[in-house]
Design a protein around this ligand. Sequence first.
Ligand SMILES: [Zn+2]
Length: 890
Amino acid sequence: MAPYTPFCTICGAKITREASDDNDITQKWLSDISLIYISPDRTVQPNKLSLLLGDHARIPENEGEFPELLDESTGTYRILESALFKYEASYADSYCYPVHRACLGILEEVIHSCGIDAHPRELIGYLFLVFGEFPFDLCQVYWPSEYGGISEYQKLVRQAKCQVPPRFQFVETSPLDLEGMRKRVDEERENLKNKDAEGIENIPSTMPDFVPLPVEVVQHILGFLEWSDIRNLQRIPSKRTIDFPDIFWQELCEFQDEFGFLGYRQDDKSVTSWYEQCVLADRLMKRDLPEIKNRMRIWRLCIDIFSICTHSALEEAVGVEKAPDFFESLQPEDPRTLLHVQAADRRQLLTPTLFDGMRTRFSGTIDNIVTTGMYVSFKGTGGLRFVSGFKFLPSEKAVGHLSKFDNSFVSFKSNTPNEFLIMHVAANKYGIVDISVVSSRSPTPEPKWLGGCDLTGCAITRWTIRFGGPTTTFSKVIVNLNVLTMTSLQILRPSFMSSTTMTPEETFIQGHLWKPNIPVLNADSSLNQHLFYCTKQKMTGIGTLLSDDTYGQSEFNPLECIHGNETMTRLSFWSTGLYNDISAIEVYTKERGSTPYVVGKPMGAATDIFIDGGGGEYISGMKITVIKCSGHIHSLSIVTSYNRTFKISFARKEELEFERNETTRLVDLCPNDTDKVTGFYCRFSQHWAETALLDIGAITMKHDDPKRVSHQPPDIDSGPVNSQLIRPFDRTLHTPLRRQVAISNSWRFFSEASLKGCNKITAYFQIDPPFRLSGICIFYPDTEYPVLPTILGQIGRATTTETMTFDTSGGEVINEVSVFYKPLYGEEAFVVVGLGIGTSKIFDSNHNRRNELGDCKKEGVHEVEKLEIGESDSVQWEYIETSDYISLAT
Ligand SMILES: [Zn+2]
């Protein structure tokens, strides 16, 4: 049985067994845990939680014991408690949450900073309740805040199919190690002293008096500025100065503010100048020290957690019913709830239902609402901030959890005839995050969000509400809630626009959640539903196929879009190349440079397409091949106005049989010959950490220049010209097989190109981490489109490039390529770090030259392999996410 690794419920980092050889003492805190659980020998009432904190519980030494501690059906630690504390078997049903003691310590510090002395039971009680709401992945609870990055990282590790040893990011030292933190601050103070220009004695305590206002007013204004702006302000030379109040800087060191993570108390005697403290803290943060990052991450997470707990304690539940049995509702057996992004029969009912990511604990309904406006209540802070309730005026009908101190008002009145109200709702996979209501007459139709929430990862939907005069009418508002979030919202007509008054396109847009934004279309562009392939529509019995998603997360699949009338220069299609389909599409444009538009989650490796957008090339058609019986997308073909066809094939291993039986089906997404593709809209399924393209559609636009000859009807069936493809890895071809990864990956990315006649090579480097020469682009002067290179390897994750040119007209040819490999993850994978390219001139034997791309030093290099380029001038570069293999093509 695979060994399990438990995760801290607060910070998401691993809980490790104490290292026996203690070679890395700084990670000791990772094995020091407490357990949060309910006392098993009392009858538990929701308002009288008897919570215990197991002090310094040890996790088992023996890896083999882990499976017994976990209830595999639920992925919780329900038996851990009894196993560790020798409880009776009958209590095995109760469960606990393991947390690092350091993380609990930070939470206590945060609670303490707020003026509450010890951590009160009720707050820990709410913490326990909140834990109970979360989706589980095996052994891990997911906070909506993604642990400040850690959980994303862990997903990637799990995603990798090879046995990548876990590396820790920002977990180097205990986040509770305040002494170490202070030492860092002192260190920074010394650094500062050593530099003359920036000496601490030169820090001004005054600011120029250039604003003709009373000092108090100036100071009030300063309160609105970023502190870095103020620091620049201080440097402006001025004849008159005023004292700058140190209290401004002191506030930045309060627990919930920018430098709060340093844990200074307001009465801290060690602090002589708060301004100095802020300068030091800022410098410390800029040094990107992992221990600072770790403490900051957990500190901010704890502030969010603390605020959720206090909000939960203070708010009032109105118009909702609680689940009757507390324990029953706590059972994590079926955290999956059916999720409808919107009702399928929207046209008839117009009842968009948003999201149902986590278990619903409460639900409520109010009807016949004639309203002039509503108060929207919010709960939490930071990444854990969500909408929690509504109160409509003037009737004061309310539903949800109403906050006494955190709410915003939005008006439903409209002032002019023929005005509509446009409601935007932002949701993420956990719940409803924010709401906006703006007039269709508003000069800026963009949403005006009420809560100021973090909309990262949110999808947005738009509903157009029919104007009702001074009031607006809703027939029904239905909400579902849990302790943390509003998990779904339905608002029923008659106030919504009916489908008959909207174009089909608008109905389509309003019927879906969009990520990151709703595509902005204009008279020239259209989101053509005919150019849309939807896997789910074409499938029968999909429910059974997808129902192995136990954790209720996969149903939140908004449509993601890339759209803009920009000059496309490159497309990258990501896949792990194994069981997954396309996991992400990136579009590079001339206008955005090296920052692509992205849909999906780039994972695995990429196949790339260069498009001569500057020269007028554009995508003129798309064709997808789907598996007839399952409807899954099997491969994607793209054809451009240069009539170049690219095939992106991501076959599932188990579906190969179908391919052989020729049961695939072609779906044509070609726009007509007066249009070009300017964007895509796609839906990806999220199954645990894996992402796969389900649906894809094309956003099209008329040609910019109507006089230009329109492209030929795309010949999508012509042979693909791309050098990168996926194919099964042929072991017999590459023995001895030193790339161990290939053992577990029978599919890999494959590319092939000739080095003959090339005059330029651009190498693409991935810097962070590890350093890797991931691929090269080869340019040939004597081709139809010399600006378009052929790709060897991959360029998807590369951030820097190096270019080498060859004097082809003078007869310079490549005759030798040395490949420098370095081991990765302890020799489980090998990546290319450098290429030595030897050339000679045909007519001049004295002109041999050797050029280097990347790191061709011997140190750390596992192996250098020489490829003699002669008769055979084609090179093949096989790659997956973590490995490269270059050889002469046979
Ligand atoms: Zn932790």
